[in-house]
Ligand binder design. Structure first.
Ligand SMILES: [Zn+2]
Length: 440
């Protein structure tokens, strides 16, 4: 039985052989096609890789240089060079990206493509056009109303950091034993809530950039892991990747989301960024407390050599110069700093001599230019407050005392609550500046 079943007609073998050959031929053709398409992909990738690309800071968006055409003939060469070298740069490294001609500047749009140049034409003294901007100087508001010195002014208050359940991740948190935790993001929000009605009482329109301890950004650390991979050098541990993703979340993505809100929705005349300063405290459960306590205000400027190399940061710097923001920041900041220093009695924070990250502004002891994400991205003057050392003995005692009315003895002398002192100093500074400027 078995033998007779194994016997097959000869032509059947031929058909099977033919089918096998066709199969093999098809497989070979398919594999060749695959290889060709793979080669094409590699070629395409090579071309893409060789194409000049924007060199962008983390989560940065490609700058649209042509927008700067709105500023053609709005600034004189003298003013441009003065602002660039007195406020915005810390060395001559800008000359790598900006070539100044007789009546124009050729600005590199892409650091890695020497042919991508934006030409900015300077204004003649006789035909200087008006700069384009959404914010208003005091001279562009209505004349002073004595009862409402801030009437018509739109102020955005950006309470620095997030606080709440994010405070520990942000590393703006410490706690001693059973004491109240000291958390910057909650403290700035507390000050913002006191400030809003106080400024409104002086006639201002006030918008809080955030009113809660929920992030503005929709991103979270786990949605930023891919971007984090680009930032951590190999070999990458899960711990490093998580840390980088957390930083991208609370430091970068959150501030970028706030900037979108400020620039597209609020469109204020000025942003007040509220922070508390600190010095390194080590273990947040056993922090070191210090005696020093000080205050300074930051304005946008002092782009470092590394920062200038980023196409998006260089673009922002040029736009800031063209809007003349620094002049408003320096004038308002000087009055704000004088009043704040007088009311809080805090000494100035001195940056290191010959600092390459900060530049003193107009020899004012409390005013410094630094390029921070927030003061760079907000499209209007930004006064960035850095008062109080959160881990000084004095501020620790004042945080433990909480908010209160009156002048009880706290940390050795009669004082307003930390939060009211901060808010009152800001309100008084705003009133003084706008009252004086609007009376002119
Ligand atoms: Zn801060």
């Amino acid at each position: 039985m078995q033998n007779s079943q194994m016997e097959k007609p000869r032509h059947k073998y031929r058909i099977e052989l033919l089918a096998l050959l066709i199969c093999l031929a098809l497989m070979a053709a398919w594999s060749l096609m695959q290889q060709a398409s793979e080669n094409k992909k590699i070629e395409r990738a090579k071309v893409e890789n060789n194409k000049p690309r924007f060199y962008l800071s983390p989560l940065g968006v490609p700058p649209r240089w042509q927008q700067l055409d709105d500023y053609q003939h709005t600034i004189t060469k003298e003013q441009f060079l003065h602002d660039l070298t007195s406020y915005f740069t810390v060395s001559d490294a800008w000359q790598r990206y900006i070539k100044v001609g007789d009546n124009y500047a050729d600005i590199s749009m892409m650091a890695n493509d020497t042919t991508a140049i934006f030409r900015l034409n300077f204004a003649d003294d006789s035909e200087q056009k008006k700069s384009v901007r959404s914010w208003r100087r005091p001279s562009e508001l209505e004349k002073l109303n004595e009862q409402q010195p801030l009437a018509g002014l739109h102020i955005a208050i950006d309470a620095g950091h997030i606080g709440g359940e994010w405070a520990q991740m942000e590393e703006r948190w410490y706690k001693i034993g059973d004491g109240k935790p000291v958390t910057e993001g909650d403290m700035t929000l507390y000050v913002a809530r006191i400030l809003k009605p106080a400024l409104e009482g002086q006639g201002a329109q006030v918008t809080l950039v955030r009113a809660t301890t929920d992030p503005i950004t929709k991103q979270r650390p786990n949605t930023l892991l891919e971007q984090a991979k680009l930032m951590v050098p190999a070999p990458q541990t899960a711990f490093q990747l998580n840390k980088a993703a957390e930083g991208l979340f609370y430091r970068t993505s959150e501030i970028r989301a706030r900037a979108d809100f400020v620039n597209q929705i609020i469109k204020p005349d000025v942003v007040l960024c509220l922070h508390f300063n600190a010095v390194a405290w080590g273990d947040p459960a056993q922090p070191s407390l210090v005696d020093e306590n000080h205050f300074h205000i930051l304005l946008n400027g002092a782009y470092t050599d590394d920062e200038l190399a980023y196409d998006d940061q260089r673009f922002s710097m040029i736009e800031k110069i063209l809007q003349g923001t620094i002049h408003e920041e320096a004038a308002l900041g000087a009055t704000m700093a004088d009043v704040f220093a007088e009311e809080t009695q805090l000494p100035p924070y001195p940056y290191e001599e010959n600092s390459t990250r900060a530049r003193n502004v107009n020899q004012h002891p409390y005013l410094w230019a630094r390029n921070l994400l927030a003061n760079r991205l907000y499209h209007c003057p930004v006064i960035f407050f850095e008062p109080y050392v959160m881990n000084s003995h004095e501020v620790y005692d004042r945080v433990q005392a909480g908010d209160y009315q009156g002048l009880p003895v706290v940390a050795g002398k009669p004082r307003k609550s930390l939060y009211r002192e901060y808010a009152d100093a800001v309100v008084d500074g705003m009133i003084k500046y706008y009252r004086e400027e609007r009376a002119k």
